[in-house]
Each structure stands twice: as C-alpha cells, then as structure tokens.
Write a protein that binds this ligand. Structure first.
Ligand SMILES: Cc1cc2nc3c(=O)[nH]c(=O)nc-3n(C[C@H](O)[C@H](O)[C@H](O)COP(=O)(O)OP(=O)(O)OC[C@H]3O[C@@H](n4cnc5c(N)ncnc54)[C@H](O)[C@@H]3O)c2cc1C
Ligand SMILES: *[C@@H]1O[C@H](CO)[C@@H](O)[C@H](O)[C@H]1NC(C)=O
Ligand SMILES: *[C@@H]1O[C@H](CO)[C@@H](O)[C@H](O)[C@H]1NC(C)=O
Length: 477
C-alpha cells in the first residue's frame, strides 16, 4: 500500500493517520475543506465541525457495552500521557510545539455528575465494568447514603451536591470521567502527524473533495478536488464526519447527519469568582436527565461543561434530532449538514431549544443569567443506525474505506480508533472490527431515528427557528 489519501482532519481522520503512521505507512495525505490547524480547531475562528470544539465529555461509563468501557480506558491512558506532556510546557513551548494556547491541558478528570429522575438499572450494570477495571471506588450513587458518606470523607461531596436545592436527586457521580479539551487534543495529534511527514492539503477549493477517480470495475484510484485537480492514491479513506454519506451515498440509512445544539456563555474575565466557582476544580461536568434525551421532554438531555480559564461555559441540549434531507443527482435522499460555512450561513437553533436553554439557566445557573448567551452553534452528528462506528471498505468498491458513524460518542476514542483502520487494512479481525463492519441498516432498530431522513418528518427547516430577538451573539437570557 504505497499512497494513502484521507478525507477529513476531524477525530476519525486524525486517528486513522496516527495509527497508520505508527504501523509504518509513509505516504499519507490528509485533505480537508478547512485548514483546521490554523483555525486552532476553534469555532470562534470559523470551524463548523464536531471535532473542533472547546470541550467534550470523556466517559468510560458504557452500561451493557463493556467493550466500549475497555476501549475508553485504553484511550484515557493516551490522553493522560499527552496531557502530562502539554501541562509540562511553558505557554511559548505549547504554542510552538502544538499550536495550543490558553488552557495547556488535554484531559481534566473533573468527574461527571449524571442526574436522573430515578436510578436507572443501567448504572447497576456498569458498576460491574468498573469493578473489573479496578475503578469501583470512582462510582457514587447519589441516592446511596454510604456513597454520600464516602464522598463527604474524601472531599468531593460539594461536586456531587451542586444541585442540592433540587430535592430527591438520583443518578451517578463518576469520578473517572471528565472533560477533554477537544481542540487541544486535535492540535496535539495534528502536530504529531506533521512532524511525522503526513501532508495536509486544506481549504477550499484545493482541499475539498468533490468526487473519486474510479474505473468501470468500481476501483477507486484517488480523489478529485473542487479546483478540478486529480490526486491519485492506492487507498482512499473517507473520514468526513456528517459529510461522509454525501461522498459515499451507499451509507444512506446506515449513517446520517443530524443536528446538535450548543450554546456558550462567556463569564467576563474580571469575574474571577464565578470563573473559579464553575471551574473544573469546583464544578463537575453535569448531565441533566440524559436518559430522556430522545423523548423531547422539557428540560431534559442538557449537559453543562465547567468553565475554561477564559470563562467559557458550554451547554449542550440533546433531545429529538433534526436532519436536512437533500436529493442527490443519483436519486439518493441524504441528510447534508448546513453550517456557518454554508451559503447562506446557518447557525440558528430552534426556538424550542433556545427557550429551554434560557429556562434551564434561570433555574439552575442563576448567577450566569446576567451574561447572556454569547454564541450558539449548530453542529452535526454522524448518527449511525445503532451508534456503533463504521470502519470498513465500501461494498462493491475497491480501495475505498469509510471511518465514520458513532452518533455523539466518538471524540473520546481519538487516540485508539485508528488501530482498527490498520486492522481492517491488514485483514486482522477482532471483536471491534466485527462490530464496526459495514452492515445492512434494515437489520437494526433505528435508535437515532435516522430513517426520518427518508420521510422528511424531522426536517431542520420544518422547525420553528429562533428569530431575530433570539439571535446571537449576546442574546438575553
Ligand atoms: C454536539 C455534539 C456533541 C458531542 N459530544 C461528544 C462528547 O461529549 N464526547 C464524545 O466522545 N463525542 C462527542 N461527540 C461526537 C464526536 O464529536 C464525533 O464523533 C467526532 O468529532 C466525529 O469526528 P469526525 O472526524 O468523524 O467528523 P468531523 O469532526 O465532522 O470531521 C470531518 C472532517 O471532514 C471534513 N470534510 C467534510 N467534507 C469534506 C470534503 N468534501 N472534502 C474535504 N474535507 C471534508 C470536514 O471539514 C471535517 O473537518 C459529539 C458530537 C456532536 C455533534
Ligand atoms: C490560533 O493559532 C495561530 C497560529 O499559531 C495563532 O497565531 C493565533 O493566536 C491562534 N488564535 C486563537 C484565537 O487561539
Ligand atoms: C449519563 O447516564 C445516561 C443514562 O442515564 C447514559 O446514557 C449517559 O451515557 C451518561 N453520561 C455520562 C457522561 O456518564
């Protein structure tokens, strides 16, 4: 395998390249429609992708899916190593070596407080996983007096109890989880790749792939970029996140782009007291009624991330997801992301979502109301029919691999996912490559409701979108 092209420099493309380099592959080129390294993987600078974010959840809690639990712990070891390396840098070194600024960190084990209406059975299942991994003592049930006593004696009780004024809390505090500084993690891997001879072709038109060079037998020989140039390869890996199905339409039904809702509150730098209060030292990553995320219950599926040192507090809201069905030239109907880089640009969230964010902040984070919402971000998940990743050759094609899917939980696997790309390439089957195989979507329960792309019933533009008065930046809460 001499020449490899990877389409996409998000988590999946970076991880693929990382493991190909480690396995000794030499001639690797990554294409991306954006120059994310120079945009610092930051949405403030114009990035519009899931991987380019201030932070993401790291969790090893995977009730009923012990294979993901173990894989997450494998990833955690790398994150901790990278983290130690970045934390030991001076700001000048961090910028020069990795283009990292601000928080010189990769992972923060700040704990996750996962609040639920009742104690879900699921948690009892996941306890077994943590026991096997020797991490049982990181788990605290919020309704268990013994666990509460334990938390009081080791000083983490205030984190468990942040919403103490809400009576009869249930749920789990997981001290082994925390947050990832997403942009820093991407910059770290990007820097490693650049130092190991991986080439990057970025920006539009030169880095934007429009189609593949393909012979009559379905053998893919490379890619064609928007500027009309041909780039030949022996293997093409498509890791284009929610845009992957539009490049490989056979994915339709198995994998679709669906929207995510993100807002950011900016605590002004002079309010050091509040930045401290919401810092990862004092405030956990807080998940509110995530078990209801798909039902669209009012004030459910909300996550709050601790403040960055610059005072950015991010909130996400996960309920019913929407998509953007578009009919392609070949007749296939797929969901295609619309973002701040589309023409016209789009960043609106639905009115229903913005109103819930505001209501939630008023009730739970009243001291942040005064700052308003400084930013809203319309992001796109690459939802797979059953949440499992897809790492496999495309059927009836040669030399074309896809590395995608994963529906909102892929980031944490940045250090490890690419090993399965190498396994598939070198014909090694294991428990993971089996799960990540290309599959017939009709054999699965559609847990992410992605088949609604075909009926149009969850169309993004069918929503009541937030109007001028809710338009950001700086909308009042
Ligand atoms: C709102 C939200 C919250 C999430 N929260 C978490 C979390 O807390 N924890 C967690 O572990 N995971 C989380 N995830 C999931 C995680 O972010 C994704 O699984 C992961 O970032 C996907 O990476 P990717 O490389 O597949 O896609 P992307 O990050 O979308 O990258 C794809 C890349 O391909 C490029 N591209 C697209 N089309 C083309 C083209 N034609 N030519 C060239 N380049 C192209 C894009 O510019 C982009 O850089 C979340 C996802 C979302 C949307
Ligand atoms: C992004 O990175 C560039 C290049 O290193 C740097 O000059 C710039 O200050 C960074 N910008 C932000 C907003 O972090
Ligand atoms: C929180 O709990 C829900 C189940 O109630 C689970 O699906 C989710 O993954 C958990 N989140 C974290 C970050 O632990």
């Amino acid at each position: 395998m001499s020449k490899i092209i990877i389409v996409g420099s998000g988590v999946f493309g970076l991880s693929s390249a990382l493991h190909l380099v480690k396995a000794g592959y030499k001639d690797i080129t990554i294409f991306d429609r954006l120059d994310l390294f120079n945009l610092n993987y930051s949405f403030e600078n114009g990035a519009d992708t899931a991987s380019a974010d201030i932070n993401k959840v790291f969790r090893a809690l995977y009730p009923g899916e012990p294979h993901y639990h173990r894989l997450a712990l494998q990833a955690r070891e790398s994150f901790l190593k990278w983290d130690a390396e970045v934390r030991s840098c001076t700001p000048e070194e961090a910028r020069a070596k990795f283009n990292i600024e601000g928080d010189l960190k990769i992972i923060e084990e700040c704990g996750v407080a996962n609040y639920t209406d009742e104690r879900p059975e699921l948690y009892t299942v996941s306890i077994g996983d943590f026991e096997k991994s020797g991490l049982r003592d990181t788990q605290y049930f919020l309704d268990n007096p013994e666990d509460i006593l334990r938390a009081k004696s080791n000083g983490i009780f205030p984190k468990l109890n942040f919403f103490a004024h809400k009576s009869d809390l249930h749920g789990l505090y997981d001290a082994s989880s925390g947050l990832l500084y997403a942009n820093n993690a991407c910059l770290y891997v990007c820097s490693f790749l650049k130092n190991h001879g991986v080439k990057f072709v970025t920006g539009s038109p030169e880095g934007c792939i429009e189609s593949f060079i393909e012979n009559d037998e379905g053998s893919v020989k490379g890619v064609i970029t928007k500027d009309g140039k041909s780039h030949f390869s022996d293997l093409t890996i498509v890791a284009s996140g929610p845009w992957t199905p539009s490049l490989v339409p056979q994915l339709g039904g198995l994998c679709e782009a669906q929207n995510g809702n993100v807002i950011v509150i900016k605590i002004p730098e002079e309010r050091k007291d509040l930045i401290e209060k919401y810092s990862p030292k004092n405030f956990p990553l807080l998940m509110w009624k995530m078990e209801k995320e798909l039902e669209g219950n009012l004030l459910s599926g909300i996550g709050i991330f601790p403040s960055t040192s610059k005072g950015l507090v991010k909130l996400i809201l996960r309920q019913k997801k929407y998509n953007n069905p578009v009919k392609l030239q070949d007749g296939s109907l797929l969901s295609i992301p619309i973002t701040s880089n589309s023409s016209p640009p789009e960043h609106r969230l639905s009115k229903f979502v913005v109103d819930q964010f505001k209501q939630f902040i008023r009730i739970f984070l009243p001291d942040l109301v005064q700052f308003g919402i400084s930013q809203s971000k319309l992001l796109w998940y690459t939802d797979a029919i059953n949440n499992d990743f897809i790492i496999d050759f495309a059927p009836e094609k040669k030399n074309l691999m896809v590395v995608t899917g994963g529906s909102g939980h892929g980031f944490k696997f940045l250090p490890v996912l690419g090993q399965f790309v190498v396994d598939v390439l070198e014909n090694r089957e294991n428990e993971y490559t089996k799960i990540f195989k290309w599959r017939d979507y009709r054999n699965f329960k559609d847990i992410n409701h992605i088949l609604s792309v075909k009926t149009g019933e969850s169309s993004y533009y069918g929503q009541d979108l937030a109007d001028e008065s809710d338009l950001l930046p700086y909308c009042k809460i």
